[in-house]
Design a protein around this ligand. Structure first.
Ligand code: X90
Length: 280
């Protein structure tokens, strides 16, 4: 059906997605900015080099969301746009997407943009985009997809495991107090995206060996029953594989994918971090 409809799925680069198989897709890049350098979070970014460079640097580093113009470029002339953003509670990305929507729809009558505030990031955005693709394939209307995606969001969750929350605290995305434990040697903070789209710490574990089973337990506590799991890691494939194995022991038919975080998620999740999206 996407042959007859001029459709596009668009997300900011915090989704970690660079391309989609079945529907035209564009990513609107966030930026990671240091005193001397700007990293654009697109397919050309060498994420591992960036992470290592930033570890060695003592400069103040910040991030910037896509501008209205960046979003308009990403919409790229499609008549029907599904636009997924990082949580509006931690970034201006959703706001600039909404401004872009207003301008884009006014420019040419008939154009429709559905902006979805993920209240989350990374892997949960990926799940949302996969669902939009599925709805398009099933031939659902624009209006139906917009409302059904919001229903689907109720059935997805996001957990994280962080070794450091320095960049989150330095940029005011969590309180210094919440971040302090993660700075301590071998303490891993496990938490979730709250209903408001902020970071909610759930437990502090001594070492990754304890943190990974704790994550699997939290997934079940929050309603995971064996559906899709998307695991994004920052230089920590081992922990991701470990989590996958634990989930498969209990849910043999779980559909689990593992991949690397892009630039924005790597910057905030930092080296060793895991971000896990799952279906409830
Ligand atoms: O607009 C900007 O400059 C971007 C700001 C993004 C701030 C937070 C990014 C968090 C990324 C950390 C673990 C998962 C957190 C889930 C939160 C709802 C990754």
């Amino acid at each position: 059906m996407t042959d007859t409809r001029n459709v596009k799925i668009v997300a900011d680069s915090s989704s970690d997605i660079r391309s989609l198989e079945e529907v035209p897709f564009s990513s609107a890049a966030l930026k990671i900015i240091t005193a001397g350098k700007e990293y654009v979070d697109d397919e050309k970014l060498d994420v591992v080099s960036m992470v290592n460079e930033l570890l060695e640097s003592t400069e103040k580093t910040s991030t910037a969301c896509p501008s209205v113009g960046d979003w308009l470029d990403a919409f790229g002339g499609a008549d029907e746009v599904y636009c997924v953003t990082i949580t509006s509670n931690l970034s201006g990305s959703y706001n600039s997407a909404m401004l872009a929507k207003a301008e884009y729809e006014q420019e040419k009558p008939g154009r429709k943009v559905c902006v979805i505030d993920s209240l989350s990031t990374g892997p949960e955005m990926k799940l949302i985009m996969e669902k939009i693709q599925e709805f398009l394939k099933r031939g659902f209307s624009f209006e139906d997809i917009c409302s059904k995606v919001r229903e689907y969001q109720e059935k997805t969750g996001l957990l994280f495991m962080l070794e450091s929350m320095k960049n989150l605290a330095n940029n005011g995305r969590v309180s210094k107090l919440a971040a302090s434990a993660a700075g301590l040697l071998s303490i891993r903070v496990v938490g979730k995206a709250s209903d408001e789209g902020t970071l909610e710490p759930l437990s502090k574990c001594r070492g990754t060996k304890k943190a990974i089973p704790a994550m699997a337990e939290f997934m079940k506590k929050f309603g995971y029953k064996g559906g899709k799991v998307r695991i994004a890691h920052c230089c920590n494939e081992g922990a991701a594989q470990n989590l996958k194995a634990i989930i498969l022991e209990q849910f043999a038919r779980a559909q689990i994918e593992i991949y690397r975080c892009g630039g924005l998620c790597s910057f905030y999740a930092e080296k060793g971090g895991l971000i896990v999206g799952f279906e409830k």
